[in-house]
Design a protein around this ligand. Sequence first.
Ligand code: TXA
Ligand code: MG
Length: 497
Amino acid sequence: MQTRIISWDKTEGYKPEDLRDAANILRDGGLVAFPTETVYGLGCNGLNEGAASKVYEAKGRPSDNPLILHIAEREELDELVKEIPESAEKLMDTFWPGPMTLIFRKSDRVPQAITGGLETVAIRMPAHTGARELIKAAGLPIAAPSANLSGRPSPTMAAHVIEDLDGRVDMIIDGGEVGIGYESTILDMTGLRPVILRPGFITREMIEGVIGTPGDEAIPEASEVSGDIVPKAPGMKYRHYAPEADLTVVRGDEEEVEKKIDELARQFPQDKVGILTTDERKDQYDYGVVLSIGSFKDNTLGHGLYGALREFDHLEVMHIFAETFYGNEQEDALMNRLMKAAGGQVIDLMDYHRVIFVCKENVTISPMAEWIMKSIVMDKSIEICSRGLVVLFSEPINQKIIDLLTSHSVPIEEQSSRLLREEDMDENTLVITMAFTEKVKVLEQFDQTEHVYTLREFVGLEDDVTDPYGGDESVYESLYIELKDLLYKMKKKLGWQ
Ligand code: TXA
Ligand code: MG
């Protein structure tokens, strides 16, 4: 098959005859790869079974892995789905057009060939003007998986699509480099509560900001819920985004990671080893092929991830060592993609078996952090405790905290405040203070100078945790929410179960 390549430009748009031809190909059941704000998609007529089977064939994709239907206007949704939950309306009002895919119960108009035999359908309204113009011109919902061969990183520029699909599709639209660089957030709206099936640019926090948290529970990610309770995105079970080279993620404190990666890299010839880092850190390395996934500034981290993985392949790198990319809004999405590319292969420099939460008196915030953390960490070999810096005589935990945690079903036992001592700490202990001044005190008073962080610093944020002293109930309530969020982040960063 001869693949025609046309272009779309931010200011010029399409040539009118190009757009017409592209729309005709789609209407006639052909395949057109096109840019969206997330990654390039491989589009076909979303109501045509024959067209869908061509997509599966061109990608080499298993046909039980359903496709996302792309629409240009909100009205087009109505005939594709059976019902629209109220929370979905709110999410669409806020995040459409944009990088968020919602799963609904499908109407009879949607063929099962598109949904991989499921009774549900995934729908997204992309923000990319060129993509929406194409959908409008075709006058159809466009089914589009990412425009890569199955098992390869998603394409973020036309060259990637050409590399994978030239000769296998009718047309490729070159719209330059995409903005985000990884696939949309997928949210299942068909259950009793929404579940994030795939993290993306639209984060759990943003979603909760719009629809709240159901009950007291954070909106879960599919990986956190057992498979029989919610359907997972069938696509998540296949090996994804994999580069040819062996990719290992190195987790730990920034400087230790850098040292370790350098040491590991030097075991291989300079041109056969890759290092995956960020714009901010790439100058720290002077050995190996160093590529960046983007910059922590301007929310662009991640736009270079898939391109870098492909580039390593071109250069025939044998081993890739990657830093972790925590401490930014999109960390869930980025680490999800990175871990998939690594097939879960991690070298962990953060081998902590004990964490001590520290505050001044060990009656309020640090016990609260201790008990919340105990309730979310499943690995019982990790010791979680709390201590104070100024404990003249032992006091019980603040009753307000006991009531608060109990009201949120966090188990908490009676305990008395205890002073932090030198013997509480060894080299496998992580010390987490609530405020910067407390961190300074720990560093001044003890020999221990490694592995001491403030809680917010540990997860890549600035400032101290809110001090609730003298505040009313609502202050304690929001402290609970703040702590829970930070502790989940901390747990993720540590790779704890
Ligand atoms: O950003 C994106 O979403 C891109 C662009 C092109 O829009 N598309 C994309 O499509 O990433 P794809 O096919 O590579 O990933 C779609 C994912 C798969 O993991 C699939 O299993 C899941 O969505 N999915 C589709 N329909 C579903 C359904 N009814 N229930 C559960 N998961 C579904
Ligand atoms: Mg894909």
